[in-house]
Each structure stands twice: as C-alpha cells, then as structure tokens.
Design a protein around this ligand. Structure first.
Ligand SMILES: *[C@@H]1O[C@H](CO)[C@@H](O)[C@H](O)[C@H]1NC(C)=O
Ligand SMILES: *[C@@H]1O[C@H](CO)[C@@H](O)[C@H](O)[C@H]1NC(C)=O
Ligand SMILES: *[C@@H]1O[C@H](CO)[C@@H](O)[C@H](O)[C@H]1NC(C)=O
Ligand SMILES: *[C@@H]1O[C@H](CO)[C@@H](O)[C@H](O)[C@H]1NC(C)=O
Length: 342
C-alpha cells in the first residue's frame, strides 16, 4: 500500500515540473504522428485496392460467378462455368454446367435416349458429332471439337440455351473413340466429363436393327427418304416389314465381336466417372431415367420422346431365315437372345 502511494507521489512529482511549452511540444508530436499514420494508412489501402483490381483483370476469364458454396466439395471438378464465344449465358451464368458423353454403339437406343435427355429443359445433347470423319481424323482434331462442344460453342439443332445445366453428345465406339482411349480418358478426367455407357444386351436384336437400317439406306422405304428413327406406329410397321437374312456362318463370331467391343470400351473408360445403362433396362424401368438425371445432378423432370420402336415383339417374325438362326444359337450361350422381348 505504502509503496504505491509513494509511486503515485513520484509520478505527480515528475509531471508537476513539466512546463507549458513541453506539453505543447508533446501535443504537436502527437498530432503530427496521427496525421502521418493516417497518411500511411491511406497509401496502403490504395495499394491493396489496386492489387485486387489487377487480380480481377487477370482472373476474369476463369472467374466463377455467383459461386454456390452449398455444393458438395467432391463435385467441384465436375462443375463448369463456361463462357461461350457465341452467346451470353446471361441470368444462368452462375449455374454450373456438367459435361457428359454418351458412349454407345449404333442401334442401341442412343437416338431415343438422346431425345429423352433433350426433353429436359436444362440438357443439351448434340448428337453424333464424330460421325464426321474429319473431326476424328486425329487426336488434336478430336480435342478441338470436344473443347468447342463443352464450351457451349457447338451449333446444332439440340436444345441448347443459356440455362443448360448439362451439355454433351453421343459418341459411337467406332468413331475414333477406341483408337485414342488414353488421351480421351485423360481429357475426360482432366475436364470432369461424366460418361454414360448406353449398351444393348441383346446383340442379336441389335444385329437385326443394323441390317434393316443399312437396307433402308438404299431402299428408302418411307416416301423415298432414309430414316433411322420413326415417330409413328405406321412408320414403324412399314419399316419392320423388311426381314433381313442373317449370315449364319459368321453369326456367333459377329455376336462375340460386338460383345467384346462393348467389354473393351468398359475397360478402357473404366477410370472415368461413369454409369452403365442398358437399353433393355431403360425400356422396362422408367426409374433408370431418374438415375441418369441424378448422375448428372439435374433437377428431376419427366422426360419424354416422340420416337417409336421399330422392331417390336418376337424376333422370329423379324428374321427371314429364323429357323436357321434358331438352330445355330439354340443350346449356345447366345440362346437367351432368341427369347428376349427387347
Ligand atoms: C489433324 O486433322 C486435321 C483435320 O483433318 C488437320 O487439319 C490437321 O493438320 C491434323 N493434325 C495433325 C497433327 O495431324
Ligand atoms: C434450368 O432451366 C430453367 C429455365 O431456363 C432455369 O430457370 C433454371 O435455373 C435451370 N436450372 C439449372 C440447374 O441450371
Ligand atoms: C472397373 O474397375 C473396377 C474397380 O477398379 C473393377 O472392379 C472392374 O472389374 C473394372 N471393370 C472393367 C470392365 O474393367
Ligand atoms: C427354336 O428351336 C428349338 C429346338 O428346335 C424349338 O424347340 C424352339 O421352339 C424354337 N424357338 C422358336 C422361337 O422358334
């Protein structure tokens, strides 16, 4: 107690002798240092704002507008905010876009599947863009095409709009895909492209469809125009009147080759984010379409298509040499193809 009092007194003693002029001096120093401090501060702030401005200019291209912080972090590699050269995404510029590719084989329902997908307001699937040989003539040509599609700059009749949330196309296994699997897997993984395999279990039905479609390329049964897909039951029954004759000698080998191609594709592209869809399941289970929408993280919608299946019912009435085909496959591992409905 005594000590503090003494201390207090000492303090008072120190202050007391201070003259009026030294107080003024202290005040001046104080005011000066305050003004100087404010000045330094303002310079600092200016520099910081200039730096951030510069940063904005630099990253404008890859800037992610209205970034949604609620998304699952593991999904970030699959979210894209494209900045198309050909149009403005306007009010949907802040919605992420998912990239996909439908890997399929001709006559496996991919045309039908694509019309279903495109009936979704937020999906744009651009058809067989690698049907053109020049676009798949080498890997750099393939990658340039992919870049253009995934930047929403590919112009087709599909339902692309500024609010597309998933953009893709269908890619047949015989369209350059199996010639450059490593490069394409790298591209898919680097760019977060999701793969939907659309395969057909019944390769015999697929073969019938391939042969009938190839016959119609020359015959042009419907009003002199070749069509691969139809929109009415009349058209379907007109087209299915043609019954192909199947080459029995190579039938088993042909079926095996088709299955092996599909297996090889599953192997090559196994390292991508993918789902496997079978045409037969798609016909029987409407819930498969919900799975697809969930896989692409789309808002769920009822999907519709105007397309009508061409070859319906028992295969025996769609094949000219049915008895031979039945005899060839009966009792083999391919016998299941003879019975199945789809
Ligand atoms: C790739 O194909 C395109 C189109 O056919 C051609 O213009 C280009 O020169 C080719 N590039 C290479 C590296 O072969
Ligand atoms: C889907 O499209 C609608 C209408 O264009 C748009 O309002 C909505 O934001 C889009 N949804 C997504 C997830 O992009
Ligand atoms: C794909 O990879 C999984 C897990 O690594 C493996 O179990 C499966 O057999 C592979 N499938 C094919 C077709 O290679
Ligand atoms: C196929 O052949 C087997 C054996 O001859 C016969 O029992 C069966 O009814 C045939 N199937 C059809 C669909 O014709």
């Amino acid at each position: 107690m005594a000590e503090t009092i003494v201390f207090f007194n000492k303090d008072v003693l120190i202050i007391k002798p201070a003259t009026k002029s030294s107080v003024m001096l202290r005040l001046i120093v104080l005011v000066f240092s305050m003004v100087f401090g404010v000045y330094i501060c303002s310079i600092c702030l200016k520099q910081i704002s200039m730096q951030t401005k510069n940063k904005f200019v630099d990253i404008e291209v890859i800037e992610r507008p209205c970034y949604n912080t609620l998304v699952d972090r593991s999904q970030i590699p699959f979210l894209h905010y494209p900045n198309p050269k050909t149009f403005d995404r306007s009010e949907c510029a802040g919605n992420p876009v998912r990239l996909f590719a439908i890997l399929s084989m001709q006559r496996s329902g991919s045309g039908w599947f694509e019309t279903l997908l495109n009936s979704h307001i937020n999906v744009s699937s651009n058809g067989e863009i690698f049907g053109s040989k020049i676009r798949r003539s080498n890997i750099s040509s393939i990658i340039r095409t992919l870049d253009s599609v995934y930047n929403l700059d590919w112009l087709t009749s599909s339902s692309k709009n500024e609010c597309s949330a998933a953009i893709g196309f269908k890619w047949m296994l015989n369209q350059g895909l199996m010639e450059h699997p490593n490069e394409i897997v790298d591209y898919f993984n680097y760019n977060g492209v999701s793969v939907i395999f659309l395969l057909r279990r019944n390769m015999l039905r697929r073969l019938v469809s391939v042969l009938a479609n190839s016959y119609d390329k020359n015959a042009k049964v419907l009003n002199g125009v070749h069509v691969s897909h139809v929109h009415s039951h009349e058209e379907a029954s007109t087209l299915s009147k043609y019954k192909p004759t199947i080459n029995i000698a190579s039938l088993s080998l042909d079926l095996r080759e088709m299955e092996e191609t599909a297996m090889k594709a599953l192997e090559y592209f196994n390292g991508t984010r993918h789902m496997i869809l079978y045409y037969e399941d798609l016909i029987k289970k409407p819930s498969k379409l919900i799975e697809v929408q969930d896989f692409l993280k789309l808002p769920r919608m009822k999907l519709t298509s105007q397309q009508v299946k061409i070859h319906k019912g028992s295969l025996s009435k769609h094949i000219k040499n049915w008895d031979d085909v039945n005899k060839t496959l009966y009792g083999t591992s391919y016998a299941k193809f003879l019975e199945a409905d789809y």
